[in-house]
Ligand binder design. Structure first.
Ligand code: FES
Length: 337
């Protein structure tokens, strides 16, 4: 399904592009991948190669309404001429997925930031993939990228068989290694039994709704503490304290190095809110520390990380932070904004 590109829209989008937008891509195809799930294909308007990406990466898309949303790439990373994401329609969500499903996007040019990757596939002898619902998208990209002979297994749960995307494609890669569990017919994924099989040579990769991630995290701590664990959330963890409950925050002096402005963020508001007073177009989406949209490079100072994205090593490096939830261990922070 394709249509002509509206170049007037392209120039309008370019002018409206907020900080951090790096690409203008045209939507060439929107199609149903499962009940309530569409795949969207983007290409460069001039047919140029797109920036390389690795499985686990996501795009941040600026929708015509102005909403910013992040979606994991789910196509083949070796295809340098198109990006593909999958979007579940969430009628109780914050509006982005409904806009994508209900707006005719084919032919439109949209600002797209990325690809960025906070969920990279690290080398491992064995992979245990656990996906819930639309959480299959980054996992599907990972499985497509594994070398022949890799040792892996996928456990994929969903509400119903009809709501689960990419099942046939996954089974065509390996019917033996793919275990599909529709909840209405077979119940929930048996997380304890699945995770208990993971040993020190296993990397567990999990993506899906919060309760699934919490269950896998808990099972791994009890039953497979030696296994490496990588996960990506679509919503804040139920067990993460709210920002207001995290203790006595101090006022932070924030220097926006590129903008040339110094501001103060008192304990009653997030650094992101204070930054947006000065730079209203600074990217953000979830405001809860799990989407990665507001990432800022730290040039000086020590962040007090409160996000759900960075690994321990990345936290220790201290060169990036998410100001929607994180604050500072030093009185002053200098950010590359
Ligand atoms: S806005 Fe989502 S991590 Fe900050």
């Amino acid at each position: 399904m394709t249509s002509a590109i509206d170049t007037r829209e392209a120039s309008a989008a370019s002018e409206a592009s907020p900080l951090g937008t790096s690409l203008l891509l045209v939507v060439t195809d929107v199609r149903l991948a499962a009940e309530g799930v569409v795949t969207i294909t983007f290409v460069d308007p001039d047919g140029e190669q797109l920036p390389a990406w690795e499985p686990g990466a996501h795009l941040e898309i600026l929708l015509p309404s102005g909403l910013r949303r992040q979606y994991s790439l789910c196509g083949s990373a070796s295809d340098r001429h198109r990006y593909q994401v999958a979007v579940l329609k969430e009628t109780e969500g914050r509006g982005g997925s409904v806009e994508i499903h209900d707006t005719g996007l084919v032919g439109k040019i949209l600002p797209v930031d990325g690809p960025r990757n906070h969920f990279a596939l690290a080398p491992s002898r064995r992979y245990l993939f656990i996906a819930g619902g639309i959480g299959i998208t980054p996992i599907f990209a990972m499985i497509q990228a594994l070398p022949e002979g890799a040792d892996w297994e996928l456990h994929y749960g969903g509400r119903t068989a009809r709501s689960m995307a990419f099942v046939e494609e996954l089974r065509s890669i390996s019917s033996d290694r793919v275990h599909v569990v529709p909840q209405d017919a077979e119940g929930l994924l048996p997380i304890d039994a699945i995770v208990a099989a993971a040993d020190a040579d296993t990397a567990i990769y999990c993506c899906g709704p919060g309760p699934l991630l919490d269950a896998v995290q808990d099972a791994r701590a009890r039953l497979a503490p030696a296994a490496a664990f990588h996960f990506e959330r679509f919503a804040a963890s139920a067990t993460r304290p709210a920002a207001a409950d995290l203790g006595d925050d101090q006022t932070v002096e924030v220097v926006l190095a590129r903008t040339g402005v110094t501001l103060e963020a008192g304990p009653e508001r997030s650094l992101l809110d204070a930054i947006r007073d000065v730079v209203p177009a600074v990217p953000f989406s979830c405001t809860e520390g799990y989407c990665g949209s507001c990432e800022a490079r730290v040039l000086e100072g020590t962040p007090d990380h409160r996000d759900e994205i960075l690994t321990e090593a990345e936290r220790a490096a201290g060169d990036t932070m998410f100001p929607c939830v994180s604050r500072a261990l030093t009185r002053r922070l200098v950010l590359d904004i």
